[in-house]
Design a protein around this ligand. Structure first.
Ligand code: T46
Length: 192
């Protein structure tokens, strides 16, 4: 009974991954999703110089920048983030970070299953992405540019401007057990 349930869960997870991969592929073909290995978009912070055996988990390069559709007219600008259209997953949760004190940091964890998209709707901040092998820093400061972070990628956020507001679109509801908050534990998880 338990095995059937866990097989079903694994099967559902695989279907979800295939579905999100399909959406991402379509978005890439339409040039709406640019992988992070577009070098101009990031600064290489640290490379471990060796490939780690990470079986199925996503890498930093799998994360991507999405140019969101924007309608501009004399009244101002309107940027759109529709789930399964502009965002490569169905959006189940939205939250936002703001009033981050100068010099403050957020994040410092990875998710086992959660996909997230981050947008700096005002101001800006840095995001450091780390897959256990490669670590990269990039800056978000344009409300039309969204960053898709895949499950299994560690993120840290710092260098917030005073007025920064970070909107986060998430593929799942909040689940404390989905977090890996200890970096050493994260590395072990990546290698397992
Ligand atoms: C992430 C970065 C970008 C909830 O109760 N529900 C929620 O949906 C969230 C996101 C958080 N919380 C609680 C859990 C903690 O007690 O709010 C508290 C602060 O959360 P946390 O320390 O995880 O906040 P950040 O800014 O470090 O991380 C958050 C997200 O948790 C995380 O998924 O990727 O923003």
């Amino acid at each position: 009974m338990e095995r059937a349930r866990s097989n079903r869960r694994a099967c559902n997870a695989q279907t979800a991954i295939a579905w999100i991969d399909g959406l991402r592929l379509t978005m890439r073909k339409q040039n709406r999703l640019k992988p992070l290995n577009f070098r101009s978009n990031y600064e290489l912070v640290r490379g471990y110089g060796e490939e780690l055996a990470v079986a199925s988990a996503a890498t930093v390069d799998d994360c991507g920048l999405i140019t969101l559709r924007t309608v501009e007219d004399p009244r101002g600008s309107l940027t759109i983030a529709e789930g399964e259209q502009d965002i490569p997953f169905s959006i189940r949760r939205v939250y936002y970070l703001y009033d981050v004190p100068q010099g403050g940091a957020r994040g410092g964890h990875a998710h086992r299953n959660l996909h997230q998209v981050l947008v700096a709707v005002t101001g800006g901040f840095d995001v450091v992405l780390d897959d256990g092998a490669v670590r990269r820093r990039l800056r978000l400061q344009d409300p039309r540019t969204a960053l898709h972070i895949l499950p299994g990628v560690w993120r840290e956020m710092d260098r917030f401007t005073e007025n920064a507001v970070c909107v986060v679109l998430a593929s799942e509801l909040y689940e404390a057990s989905d977090y890996l908050r200890d970096y050493q534990e994260f590395l072990v998880w990546r290698r397992s």
